[in-house]
Design a protein around this ligand. Structure first.
Ligand code: UDP
Length: 237
């Protein structure tokens, strides 16, 4: 089987790591996600991952409870570093060669983000997990995914969600909702569909970086996306 993409940027939300738990990292769920990533890595696809932090801490929640927003956002970014470490650890346990790079410097713990080094790792077949989002408050890890995707020259950003694509309506509320197999950036805007947050979406659109929204919990879905099968929803230029 040949891959449709040589280099991808996979965006995983922090919530994906907690499974049915209310908080934190569920190792069994992490192992399942890692197995999906391992499958595409073994196909020869170069994989960069941006991981969120919502399973541990979100800046908006901190701000809502009275914290200074920027401080809360830095805490959110640190949460993503913890997730990145857990993910890379599980990847190594599964036989993948994984590295974490952080947009915030925590030198004793993980190496800093260095674009050229990240690209070299990818070329060597290592999976690079990007932690700490963009390194800036007031942004999200969706934006980090678009940014790192563009920086490393990924051919596509894969947004892993709980739902297996973008639908005409919420499939949980409306049984007649239909999945878009493909949709253009312009049509997604016209229909006011939420694909990534607005900043991330605009960056992908400007850079002509397609996005595929799919479910990481559907076995084999990630592999089907990278082999160009009709899986999830492809947002194209
Ligand atoms: N965050 C930030 N700048 C970034 C990326 C993330 O300040 O570039 C903070 C923000 O507070 C956010 C938290 O980190 O709420 C966790 O990221 P996100 O909410 O994107 O995680 P996800 O929803 O994907 O789990």
């Amino acid at each position: 089987m040949t891959a449709a993409y040589q280099r991808i940027l996979l965006k995983l939300s922090g919530e994906a790591l907690m499974g049915e738990d209310a908080y934190g990292i569920n190792q069994e769920v992490v192992s399942r996600i890692v197995a999906e990533v391992a499958e595409v890595s073994r196909l020869g696809v170069q994989v960069g991952v941006v991981i969120g932090g919502g399973n541990i801490f979100r800046g908006m929640a901190g701000a809502a409870s009275g914290m200074d927003r920027a401080t809360a956002d830095y805490m959110g970014m640190l949460a993503t570093v913890m997730n990145a470490m857990a993910l890379a650890d599980a990847m190594r346990a599964a036989g993948l060669n994984a590295r974490v790079q952080s947009a915030l410097r925590i030198d004793q713990v993980v190496e800093p983000y260095i674009r050229g080094k990240a690209i070299r790792y990818l070329e060597e077949g290592r999976v690079v997990v990007f932690g700490a989002g963009t390194g800036n408050p007031f942004f999200t890890t969706d934006t980090a995914a678009a940014l790192r995707g563009a920086e490393i020259g990924a051919q596509i950003v894969l947004k892993a969600t709980k739902v297996d694509g973008i639908y005409t309506a919420d499939p949980k509320l409306d049984s007649s909702a239909e999945r878009f197999s493909r949709i253009s950036f312009d049509e997604a805007i016209a229909r006011d569909l939420k694909v990534l947050d607005a900043t991330a979406f605009a960056l992908c659109r400007d850079q002509k970086l397609p996005i595929n929204v799919f479910s990481i919990f559907k076995p084999g879905a990630l592999k089907r996306v990278v082999t160009g099968e009709d899986e999830g929803t492809l947002v194209y230029c």
